[in-house]
Design a protein around this ligand. Structure first.
Ligand code: ADE
Ligand code: ZN
Length: 335
């Protein structure tokens, strides 16, 4: 099964580039920029990665991102993640980045996006991996701040496909960002949002009805509401589920209790993703491997999950078809 997963062509649709920052690279870049971090070794960092909730994690995640200063830093971070994609047969990835985490510290929007997009271009040339960008607004900040970010993004509009919403969910409902999402959609960005990770089903309803989202990040708590499940199916929206993130942040107590299979049985379109792989103990393939084992998923289930990952990506029709054909051929040969 591990080999089947390893070679399975797949897409990753929920990945925070700042969450892919491995301790080794963090040390290297901190040293290069003469920045002190409050850890002395990779082991010490790994030991600090124990979380009781989303906020616990976010505090340490934003701290780590502070060592990123130059375009080269953002390039190295992104290219390192894309190399891992290549090793895992991730053929396409939709990368979230949090501009405000950096612009708040005086790093320019251009520095961030130029570094990231050069790495995307090189990975396309060297590995054939396609990728696109989701610019995510930090929901613990104000809508006014998000509007500023939208404004800063406009000169780089061609490099960005979607807008997203992440960070501390509870107390920061989607309704807070209604106007900036409306404007973002008007300028051509596709809206997605984290919803129902720690927030309840009402937050998912708001993301659907007020932000007009085209995909749901996490969505676990949508299961609290039958009408909502029916609405998600009616709108044909996929859920980007992140199993190891869910256990690391205590959204789910044990992988054996993870609702992924239940979601699939209800007719929801589900994909598997790593969220913040450097912090949660595994890249996307590790997420497939551990959830397969915990829920006893079949090869057909894994095929369906990988199929969804391409089907519900924001790729153009032709590229989607190309990947889906590749996947189908793989499955027919290896089932
Ligand atoms: N930012 C990075 N990872 C996140 C998550 N799992 N939820 C909300 N915001 C995030
Ligand atoms: Zn996330």
């Amino acid at each position: 099964m591990k080999k089947f997963i390893k070679n399975l062509p797949k897409a990753e649709l929920h990945l925070h580039i700042e969450g892919s920052f491995e301790p080794e690279l963090m040390f290297k870049i901190a040293k290069r920029n003469s920045i002190k971090i409050p850890f002395n070794s990779v082991k010490e960092i790994e030991n600090a990665y124990k979380f009781n909730c989303l906020q616990d994690f976010l505090d340490i995640y934003y701290q780590g991102a502070q060592v990123l200063i130059t375009e080269q830093d953002f390039y190295d971070l992104t290219f390192s993640y894309l190399q891992k994609c290549n090793e895992q047969n991730v053929r396409h990835t939709e990368i979230m980045f949090d501009p405000q985490t950096h612009t708040e510290r005086g790093i320019s929007f251009a520095t961030v996006i130029n570094g990231i997009s050069k790495a995307q271009k090189d990975a396309k040339e060297q590995f054939g991996i396609t990728s696109l960008l989701i610019m995510s607004y930090l929901r613990h900040l104000s809508e006014e701040d998000a509007f500023k970010t939208l404004e800063q993004s406009l000169p780089f509009k061609d490099l960005i496909t979607c807008v997203g919403l992440d960070s501390s969910e509870k107390g920061n409902p989607p309704s807070k960002f209604k106007n900036v999402f409306k404007k973002s959609e008007e300028v051509g960005y596709i809206p997605v949002a984290h919803a129902g990770e720690e927030g309840n089903a009402d937050y998912v309803w708001e993301a659907l009805d007020l932000l007009n989202i085209k995909r749901i990040d996490h969505g676990n708590n949508a299961l609290q509401d039958k009408k909502l499940i029916a609405e998600i199916i009616k709108r044909d929206l996929a859920l980007t589920v992140c199993p190891l993130s869910n256990t690391a942040l205590q959204v789910v107590t044990d992988l054996k209790e993870h609702p992924l299979k239940e979601m699939m049985n209800l007719g929801l379109k589900v994909t598997i993703n790593s969220d913040d792989p450097a912090f949660f103990g595994g890249q996307v393939n590790q997420n497939y491997i551990e959830i397969q084992k915990a829920l006893d998923l079949t090869k057909e289930d894994l095929y369906e999950l990988a199929k969804n990952s391409f089907q519900y990506s924001f790729l153009d029709k032709e590229t989607k078809e190309k990947y889906l054909t590749e996947l189908e051929m793989y499955f027919e040969k290896n089932k």
